[in-house]
Design a binder for this molecule. Structure first.
Ligand code: HEC
Length: 134
């Protein structure tokens, strides 16, 4: 099987990138950039959540792809959550629990509460975060 040949991988990545860009055509420009290559499974809620995640500064700590590797996160203790690692969540991994974490933050850590984001938008971001879990 030559499925994993380098050329095929590059083509696959290019197709994904084009698909992601198409998803964002007509959207606002805030979500352009690296985050546009993330997997949204074609679900419009998740795509919107990804955009809100980018526009609300979450990526600064959690990273463009939500792996906890944002530029502002490296110096933090505890480290920003890597959203793919379900075992690391302290306040639950479901969309409802993640939405509550976004609202209230994690007390005593750099993860502040984002109560100013509307409940609808918090749920969209939560769906995006859940889509990153492994
Ligand atoms: C200043 C850096 C920073 C920013 C900005 C930030 N976070 Fe966090 N976040 C953290 C840290 C640090 C933790 C880990 C806290 C811990 O381990 O107790 C965390 C944890 C989390 C968790 C996991 C909670 C759990 O159950 O363990 C979620 C979900 C989360 N952040 C979502 C977001 C979202 C969504 C945004 C943007 C609206 C955001 N964060 C912005 C630093 C940040």
């Amino acid at each position: 099987m030559n499925l994993f040949k380098k050329e095929n991988l590059i083509i696959a990545i290019a197709i994904m990138a084009i698909f992601s860009l198409a998803t964002f055509c007509g959207g606002d420009k805030g979500a352009e950039g690296d985050s546009a290559t993330a997997e949204t499974s074609g679900d419009p809620d998740i795509a919107k959540g990804m955009e809100l995640y980018a526009n609300n500064g979450c990526a600064g700590c959690h990273g463009d792809s939500g792996l906890g590797d944002g530029p502002a996160g490296s110096a933090l203790n505890p480290k920003p959550r890597d959203f793919s690692m379900t075992a690391d969540y302290k306040q639950g991994t479901s969309a409802d629990e993640v939405a509550a974490s976004i609202e209230k933050g994690v007390p005593g850590t750099p993860m502040i509460g984002y109560a100013a984001i509307s409940p609808e938008d918090r749920m969209l971001i939560a769906k995006y975060i859940v889509s990153l879990q492994k």
